[in-house]
Design a protein around this ligand. Structure first.
Ligand code: ATP
Length: 379
């Protein structure tokens, strides 16, 4: 995760506050967007994150004026946009597939919007040249679109979007067609461009790592609804619901009960302090937070409130995963718990190990999934 100052970046002079209230969009009567609220502060960078089909693109299309909402409204600096035509909205949209004019050069594509706005030729040329330099395409101004790589095409799309000086920048999975290295490079570029211009940005993605790395805030969308929102740190470490936890890779779910401010697993081996009311609950913990140690060692059970499991459990399975080894252990009641351990420190299958769940990495949720008992969901 990048080091970043807390709070939104300083807004650019013209960046706007964008608000979505109770937005509903139905296709053939079925809601694709089901009553969402969103507030993008001026100059902020928000990721709208969610799996395929959850309604992200539909939301963006409504913001851009390309799709009508069935209910709700979109407000720019407090003014409802209503039926304002797309070209009259001070927003720029970058799509997954670059929609560029193949018969025009790079510079002509970038300058197209300025020509439409009748910006004087010399002024437009200077702005286009400056923009191409910012997206590191200077030198390619006279190339045709067909002579560019996928990454270069998306740079042209970004330049074309930003040269209009939009008050809000909307990005719809702009790098999903690029390879992993190029995606990382483009993410950095988008973030740099945002930080320079301070333009309010909404970045749609299904990739949680991308959302965490690039944004100041994440709104997680599931089945047409906002399932949780917060800073990347908040949502990554303290998921508000079980589904959010699963989406963010909390593979371990331990079921139990809360009583007197303490969660206890069904078999009594895991405990953690929490401020939930008494009742059924689930403790979630990421596999990389689970610590394994030598069997018999005090791995934390004795510490009051520290999530801990009895001194020894048996290793059921382990497999090499490149940067770490995935180890599944069997808890006393038979449920599995998954740990990621550094390569070279993995215990053997059948070995007995001690387990410790650092309390600050455990989240207890007042929810249980009746369709699952417990464990990792591993076979
Ligand atoms: N024009 C349409 N007619 C009917 N159903 C549609 C239409 N467009 C989208 N849908 C449906 O609405 C739901 C939301 O689609 P949307 O494209 O907004 O999701 P998404 O999160 O952007 O998905 P992806 O990441 O795959 O693009 C999906 O179930 C989709 O099949």
């Amino acid at each position: 995760m990048r080091e970043r100052l807390p709070g939104p970046e300083s807004p650019g002079p013209a960046s706007a506050r964008l608000e979505v209230r109770r937005l509903v969009v139905r296709y053939a009567g079925v809601p694709a967007v089901d009553g969402i609220d969103l507030a993008l502060e001026p100059g902020s960078f928000t990721a709208l994150l969610g799996p395929s089909g959850c309604g992200k693109s539909t939301t963006l299309a409504v913001l851009a004026g390309l799709q009508r909402a069935d209910e709700g409204e979109v407000l720019l600096d407090g003014t409802a946009l209503g039926d304002t035509a797309p070209e009259r909205r001070p927003l720029s949209l970058v799509f997954q597939k670059p929609l560029l004019f193949p018969h025009l050069t790079v510079a002509q594509n970038v300058g197209f919007g300025l020509r439409m706005r009748r910006v004087p030729r010399r002024e437009a040329a200077a702005e286009v040249a400056a923009m191409l330099e910012r997206v590191r395409l200077d030198g390619l101004a006279d190339r045709r679109i067909g002579e560019l790589s996928g990454g270069q095409e998306q740079r042209v799309s970004l330049a074309r979007a930003l040269v209009r000086r939009p008050r809000v920048l909307l990005l719809d999975e702009p790098f999903s067609q690029l390879d992993a290295d190029l995606r990382a490079e483009m993410r950095t570029l988008v973030r740099e461009l945002h930080d320079e211009a301070g333009v309010t940005t909404l970045f749609v993605t299904h990739d949680r790592e991308e959302a965490v790395e690039v944004s100041d805030r994440i709104a997680l969308m599931l089945d047409g609804r906002i399932a949780g929102s917060g800073t990347p740190q908040e949502i990554y470490t303290r998921p508000p619901t079980l589904r959010t936890a699963r989406f963010f890779g909390f593979e371990n779910e331990i079921r139990g009960q809360v009583a007197g401010g303490v969660f206890r697993s069904a078999d009594g081996t895991v405990s953690a302090r929490c401020d939930l009311a008494p009742g059924a609950a689930t403790l979630v913990v990421r596999p990389e937070a689970v610590r394994l140690g030598p069997a018999g060692e005090d791995t934390g059970t004795a510490r009051a409130g520290a999530g801990g499991i009895g001194p020894s459990v048996r290793v059921k399975d382990q497999r090499f995963a490149g940067t770490h080894v995935v180890v599944d252990v069997a808890l006393p009641d038979g449920q599995r718990l998954r740990a990621h351990v550094p390569v070279g420190s993995e215990p053997a299958v059948g070995e007995r190990v001690g387990v410790w769940l650092p309390p600050e990495r455990c989240t207890v949720l007042a929810e249980v999934d009746p369709t699952r008992t417990s464990g990792t969901g591993a076979p």
